[in-house]
Design a protein around this ligand. Structure first.
Ligand code: ZN
Length: 303
């Protein structure tokens, strides 16, 4: 891991501990902290229920603690770590306090959490006299891995993790960013894209039209090193929530297996080629029938 990622991991682990404390009072599982010159200057535990205070989000609590301990409302140079995406209110407070960097963990799985605050963090016109912080998004992985699209992909197995994260936030740019400019991608029906822009366009369409409410989950991953700098990563994934089509009103869950050919670059591991195939339980191969339709078949049963 790079030094920067180790630092992020260290502080995000503390956020996770704080988030766990919040659950003890029945609050949403969110923890946050403010770091200045590599020292924690404020910690926050979500306390809306505990304090009967609708503004007591973990990030606000961390800002309160930081401004109190520093005796200043100007937190220039500081980094806010939060275990989830900050909401609009917290993002606005981060801007007011001139926080310089925001590192966020998982996308919030709690639907009752307010709208995320990335627009507030990133748009100058929201607060023209306050700086726009650098944001490092999706520093997540359920405590298992800690990759982030904005940070270097420092292990080959982070490529499918980042792919899944980008998919689940409908981020075609984030998916495209995993690929080389001249990368190849073959999808499940054999559509074959020959560069990053084609991969981005295809995913922007798919994530808006076919998979706009889908959830992709990562299963078993296998890593095969071909050399120090070239690795093949296979990953099983399940896809639920696909959009209805034709006579399929409620599409079921698909299992798919991806293979990624990844290589080391100065900016971390990147994908030269990806291909995925669906798992068709019990079937051996495909056949084209007399009407020209492709069907999965099992010769052991069909003779
Ligand atoms: Zn908030």
């Amino acid at each position: 891991m790079t030094e920067r990622n180790l630092t992020h991991e260290h502080y995000m682990r503390r956020c996770t501990e704080l988030a766990r404390q919040a659950t003890e009072t029945g609050d949403a599982q969110v923890g946050a902290l403010v770091v200045l010159h590599d020292r924690i200057v404020g910690e926050g535990v979500e306390a809306v229920r505990a304090a009967r205070d609708v503004t007591a989000h973990a990030e606000i609590e961390a800002l309160r603690a930081a401004t109190r301990s520093l005796g200043s409302t100007d937190l220039t140079g500081s980094t806010m770590y939060t275990s989830v995406e900050p909401c609009v209110m917290c993002a606005f407070a981060v801007r007011l306090a001139r926080v310089s960097v925001v590192v966020a963990g998982a996308r919030s799985s709690d639907v009752s959490r307010p709208l995320n605050g990335w627009a507030v963090l990133s748009r100058t016109d929201v607060l023209p006299d306050r700086p726009v912080p650098t944001t490092i998004r999706d520093f997540s992985g359920a405590g298992r891995t800690w990759p982030a699209l904005a940070a270097p992909l420092d292990r080959p197995e982070h490529v499918p993790v980042a792919f899944v994260e980008a998919w689940n936030r409908r981020d075609a740019d984030g998916i495209a960013a995993l690929f080389d400019a001249d990368a190849e991608f073959v999808n499940v029906t054999g559509l074959w894209w020959h560069d990053r822009e084609a991969i981005r366009r295809a995913h922007a369409y798919g994530l808006a039209r076919i998979f706009d409410r889908s959830t992709l989950r990562l299963g078993a991953t296998r890593v095969k090193h071909l050399s120090n700098d070239v690795v093949v990563v296979h990953a099983r994934m399940t896809l639920s929530g696909q959009t209805a089509t034709g006579d399929v009103a409620c599409p079921g869950t698909r299992t798919t297996i991806f293979s990624f050919v990844v290589h080391r670059t100065p900016d971390g591991w990147r994908c030269a080629s990806a291909h995925n195939t669906d798992v068709v339980p019990g079937m051996e191969t495909n056949v084209v029938d007399e009407e020209g339709r492709l069907r999965a078949v099992d010769y052991r049963k069909d003779g």
